[in-house]
Design a protein around this ligand. Structure first.
Ligand SMILES: NC(=O)c1ccc[n+]([C@@H]2O[C@H](COP(=O)([O-])OP(=O)(O)OC[C@H]3O[C@@H](n4cnc5c(N)ncnc54)[C@H](O)[C@@H]3O)[C@@H](O)[C@H]2O)c1
Length: 375
């Protein structure tokens, strides 16, 4: 006879108010605190930082939540409903596992983990604890992307055919002079993992699962061990072929997606967040105007960002519902990025999801050879 599954019975019933805690009170944590403050049924009750004065300064700015020396003492004393993890990626796994063990849901900043194996541990722990693991890719939120995704999924734009995903960002030499940046061991990856992942995640949010990736890593200008540019070809399971570029050396900064379907070209041009004006849907010449009129963006507009994403996550947790699509699939774009690195390590050979599931090196680390083109 098989034993019944063990389910945590000691968690409190559905909370009516979410008691939130922030671990790692650095720059992105302010966006989390603002999103908590904006939600009528969430409250920031505790914060911690490995440098206590930083946590104290943060607490003074955000309504004086309790301050703790480390996440373990915070969890033991406060029993939060939600832990918002805003530390660097190498700390995410431990802090996530401990939060689940304490009965909290976890919202973790991108990239979700330091490696694929670490993310697997985090997802397994979520399942075992019957808690939710939400990853922050805030560009999935907002009315524009919701609308475009719905048009694509309903077939209104016809079959999607090809795509381009471009992250042209600029990070100067001083940015990479910080000791942990630009190194495989401490940053985990270069501009593909640190920057390009936002647009790659958005592309996968629109198109679904990917089937094959070929990638190359380049060092064009910066003094780094990791890449400052990558190029990739991605084939999605729905047959879309995409090219992707991630750069940290591009003075005129833009983040762009272009998607050609049977009936339209969809473009997005922005930098760190988007609203309706950043998107354009251009119909093919033969599409009747009355049909294209149906594709207009709905009012009112809500821009992408941490606040709408966390609101939707909090609403789902309060209602005992599954996470919204904007916070689901924690591994998809992380694996897509891993595949770019794994392909680069294999001289540009194609990588499929199955190749990653038991990959000999890239489950633990994305360290890969980079072609150095600096003079
Ligand atoms: N979604 C986004 O747009 C976005 C933007 C910026 C950063 N991020 C992500 O957020 C995370 C944090 O980035 P950041 O820019 O805020 O970094 P940051 O360096 O400004 O802040 C991180 C803070 O965590 C603290 N810290 C480090 N290790 C800790 C530990 N073990 N326990 C407690 N505190 C610890 C540090 O003292 C620091 O104050 C990273 O994963 C990053 O990729 C996401």
């Amino acid at each position: 006879m098989t034993a019944p599954p063990v389910s945590p019975t000691h968690w409190p019933a559905q909370p009516t108010q979410l008691r939130c805690a922030i671990v790692g009170t650095g720059s992105v944590a302010h966006l989390h605190a603002r999103a908590v403050a904006a939600h009528p049924r969430a409250a920031l009750v505790a914060v911690t930082n490995r440098h206590r004065p930083k946590a104290e300064a943060f607490a003074a700015e955000w309504g004086q939540p309790a301050v703790y020396d480390d996440h373990q003492s915070l969890l033991a004393a406060e029993n939060p409903d939600v832990v918002l993890i805003c530390t660097p990626p190498d700390a995410h796994r431990r802090q996530t596992l401990d939060s689940f063990a304490a009965g909290a849901h976890v919202v973790v900043e991108k990239p979700p983990a330091g490696s694929l194996d670490q993310l697997d541990d985090m997802m397994a722990a979520a399942q075992a604890a019957d808690r939710e693991l939400a990853v922050v890719f805030q560009q999935r939120a907002g009315t524009a992307v919701t609308h475009v995704r719905r048009l694509l999924q309903s077939g209104a734009l016809g079959r999607p055919l090809l795509a381009q995903c471009l992250t042209h960002w600029y990070r100067d030499a001083a940015y990479f002079a910080v000791p942990w940046r630009g190194r495989w061991a401490s940053e985990g990856g270069g501009t593909t993992l640190g920057h390009g992942i936002h647009q790659l995640d958005l592309l996968a949010f629109l198109l679904g699962d990917w089937a094959e990736v070929r990638g190359q890593l380049w060092r064009l200008a910066r003094q780094t061990e990791t890449e400052d540019c990558s190029t990739a070809t991605i084939r999605f399971a729905n047959g879309v072929v995409a090219t992707a570029l991630s750069s940290a050396v591009s003075p005129r900064q833009t983040s762009s997606i272009r998607l050609d379907t049977e009936k339209a070209t969809v473009t997005l041009d922005h930098l760190y967040g988007h609203g309706h004006d950043d998107w354009r849907i251009t119909p093919a010449p033969e599409v009747p105007a009355a049909e294209a009129d149906q594709w207009a963006f709905p009012e009112p507009e809500e821009r992408s960002g941490h606040a709408p994403l966390l609101r939707d996550v909090f609403d789902a947790l309060l209602a005992g519902q599954p996470l919204p699509a904007s916070a689901s699939h924690p591994a998809r774009s992380f694996e897509l990025v891993a595949a770019i690195y794994a392909s680069a390590a294999a001289g540009g050979a194609p990588i499929a999801p199955a190749d990653l599931s038991h990959h000999p090196t890239h489950r633990q680390s994305f360290a890969s050879p980079v072609t150095d083109l600096r003079p």
